[in-house]
Ligand binder design. Structure first.
Ligand code: GLV
Length: 308
């Protein structure tokens, strides 16, 4: 039994991290792997679609990240392989820190001061205080909960929204479409960390924006397809939304002719909110590799039906 790593961004750090945990692991790397019938476990990030049909004995396909939309979109994904994802405490912590940085940047309007600096203008301005800002987090999985807890520690008034009812998280969590409007009415900064599914595609649209209070700010660190760009641009230009920070896009890299690039009220980052650290997840991958070998229940199993 062997494991293949498929990652167009490079495989070396993954091999090192896995070998640290288990020096005997039989690791192959795509596309230079031969004898593909020996491979039972694939660790992948944005693999070329259709390749799995060359691996007749594949039992488990693990995403290299928290998201699995890149996997589930493959029309030739083998029906009988288990899909797993990584749950990395550092990934959640990095995400929480990044979201905090974006919110602080927004509250203090640091972009505006940078522009004034280039114009040699000294002009103090008022700012929003943490205690007065209500942050609403869409997505209450491992990442959303960590973001919520870090923001609460900083003093923000935080609530959450999830598809299904969640209790005992230590904050108000609204659930389902019926409670979505109340959640939005009570949100000044909307943070999306949702996984991409049929139900979340386009969820950040006009109907959502119009239920937010005037001057609300949008942060999307989920997936690009969740935002209807035309609606976002319209609601910012009409002054209902004060702006947005976007880290993820329908097409990545963001095309050079996208109107988002040069918008003064939109901050663009190149999908860097949180990046899986091979060292902190290697043990989890090796554990699943052996569970797969022994036919045991896998960690962080994904439901194809739910999409996460
Ligand atoms: C990053 O976007 C991930 O899914 O881990």
């Amino acid at each position: 039994m062997a494991l293949v790593i498929i990652n167009p961004k490079g495989v070396a750090p993954w091999i090192d991290a896995l070998k640290q945990v288990d020096p005997n692991l039989d690791i192959r790397t795509f596309p230079n792997d031969s004898n593909r019938e020996e491979i039972h476990f694939a660790l992948t990030w944005r693999h070329p679609y259709g390749i799995f049909k060359d691996y007749p004995n594949l039992k488990c396909i693990s995403s290299m990240g928290a998201g699995v939309d890149h996997l589930l979109r493959d029309p030739e994904l083998p029906d009988d392989a288990f899909i797993t994802r990584l749950v990395d405490p550092y990934l959640a912590k990095d995400m929480a820190e990044f979201v905090l940085a974006l919110i602080m940047n927004h509250l203090r309007d640091l972009n505006a001061f940078k522009i004034k600096q280039t114009q040699v203008i000294w002009k103090p301005a008022d700012y929003l205080r943490i205690k007065d800002v209500k942050v609403g987090i869409m997505g209450m999985g491992a990442i959303g909960r960590q973001v919520a807890s870090e923001l609460q520690k900083t003093g923000f008034n935080v609530s959450g929204w999830a598809r299904t009812e969640k209790r005992g998280i230590g904050l108000t969590v609204y659930s389902g479409l019926t409670e979505f409007p109340t959640f939005l009415n009570n949100t000044d900064v909307l943070v999306c960390v949702l996984p991409l599914t049929e139900a979340t595609k386009g969820i950040l649209n006009k109907d959502c924006f119009k239920q937010l209070p005037k001057n609300a700010f949008i942060i999307n660190v989920g997936r690009g397809e969740q935002v209807v760009e035309a609606d976002l641009l319209q609601y910012i230009s009409e002054g209902h939304l004060s702006g947005a920070s976007l880290d993820v896009f329908t097409e990545e890299p963001l095309p050079i002719d996208s109107p988002l690039w040069k918008h003064p009220r939109i901050n663009i980052t190149p999908h860097i909110a949180s990046i899986t650290n091979p060292e902190s997840v290697a043990a989890q991958i090796v554990e699943n590799y052996y569970r797969c070998k022994e036919g045991k229940v896998l960690l962080n199993l994904v439901s194809r039906e739910k999409g996460y």
